[in-house]
Design a protein around this ligand. Sequence first.
Ligand code: FAD
Ligand code: DLZ
Ligand code: SF4
Length: 507
Amino acid sequence: MTRLVLVLGDQLSPDVAALKAADKATDVVVMAEVGDEATYVKHHPKKIALILSAMRKFAARLEDDGWDVRYTRLDDPEASESIGGELLRRAEETGADSAIITEPGEWRLISALRHLPLKTEMLEDDRFVASHAEFEKWAEGRKALRMEYFYREMRRKTGLLMDGDDPAEGKWNFDHDNRKPAPDDVTHDPIWFEPDDTVEEVLALVESRFGNHFGDLRPFGFATDAAQAEQALDHFMDKALPKFGDYQDAMLSDHRFLYHSILSPYINIGLLDPVEVCRRAEAEYRAGRAPINAVEGFIRQIIGWRDYVRGIYFLEGPDYTSRNVLGHDRDLPGFYWGKPTKMNCVSNAVEQTGTDAYAHHIQRLMVTGNFGLLAGVDPHALHEWYLEVYADAFEWVEAPNVIGMSQFADGGVIASKPYVSSGAYINRMSDYCKGCSYSVSTKTGDKACPFNLLYWHFLMRHRERFGNNPRMAQMYRTWDRMDEERREAVLRDADRWLKKLDAGEVV
Ligand code: FAD
Ligand code: DLZ
Ligand code: SF4
């Protein structure tokens, strides 16, 4: 009996679990471009174009390799609009009575596929260092699931940056060296690729179907196959890795990519293998071409943070995205969709997000995320925004970063304290404040940086929850030492500013 093998748009690797388990001689591969996946949230046009282009090229590669591939194009008149619908249609067409599936990275799709009237076998996605069982075992009985300890296990498991039983250069974590403010000049630009015929065809399709989604489709320069992604990896190793650590937290208006890798979209959809990427970085260190702080920092992001958030997503379950322990319920302000704001940092991060479907970690965490948390924006609305606007966003990685790390809406599963800061942090790490209508050094009044006002407003709103957190004691002590008049002015001006925000004024 024929069996189907489902390959999703973020599973584009020849050794993804379902393909490894399949038989080329008898099984039929199903790949489908479907409207539902592009619109369950209205994904950025660049993200849709990346995935559809990479799917088409990967399907051609599988066919060249001898697989029978049934590929549905978005404009195919026979096509249904969902992945499940396409699996059933192909089952009828081929007479197949079962399907093997690599576990999708979103509960929504796992559930839809589990409820199909078709026998399905769901295999764990093994493109991660830790399996579900290993993560659960690590998490069992721990009071707090801190990434750092998980990361050390992953270092031991992979042998990355290990000298025998010890971490290279005697320390697990060199983050302390990785907080340099923005440099004066930046010598790295990421590598982009001219659209070929396949990509051009997809761009035209995306333009006509999803032209109304937030963000610019063109210029489009993402890598769309494994060979191009390898080129992007080589480019990063050669041009950026040595300085990756130093300027990891910096933000510059004219050099928006700094020394970041821009590899997350490729790793997440299967064009690059995460551990191989780390081995390449380690080789640069061992050859003396990149320092330990850069390479350790980079590897920690991948086998540490990336693997850890995936573990948390599956451990915490489908209700994770609706958590909201701080009870935040403010509507997502219009400036997240490009409406004007006087806050130069927010305006820069959102503008870049619209043009590139990318912003780096500190922009996501300390600008758009920080603002959302300080202003008490509904974390679910923020979660949907992040899922929609970034080319690398899939719920398994996006939700823990937004709901957990950035918004503290999970009550501290991921973060031991909320990531909040006043304007001073943004000023130290960026050049945004120089071009802002607000004054970062002003603490009250109309010119005061809203991050300064809202920072205290947030701390006071949640004093009961955070007042006894030892890692926040210093912040509360500073507040308590301020004179009464100043404290009243700060809270009054913050309320006034939030009223203007809610009234839709340009703030
Ligand atoms: P680099 O700075 O070059 O880092 C190297 C690699 O490390 C990345 O390619 C990525 O694979 C990995 N990495 C780094 N930080 C994280 C992290 N916190 N979690 C998981 N992987 C990490 N990352 C996504 O891949 N998809 C998302 O949807 C996503 N949403 C985020 C939302 C918020 C609020 C925050 C704070 C972070 C989010 N991240 C997400 C993590 C991080 O911001 C991106 O992985 C990173 O910016 C991607 O750019 P890069 O490839 O240039 O990364
Ligand atoms: C994101 C996305 C988009 C836009 N389109 C498709 C598609 O047409 N077909 C497909 O198989 N996958 C697509 N994807 C990726 C899926 O949304 C992703 O596999 C799930 O969200 C699980 O991570
Ligand atoms: Fe952002 Fe405040 Fe700086 Fe303006 S002054 S850029 S609002 S941190």
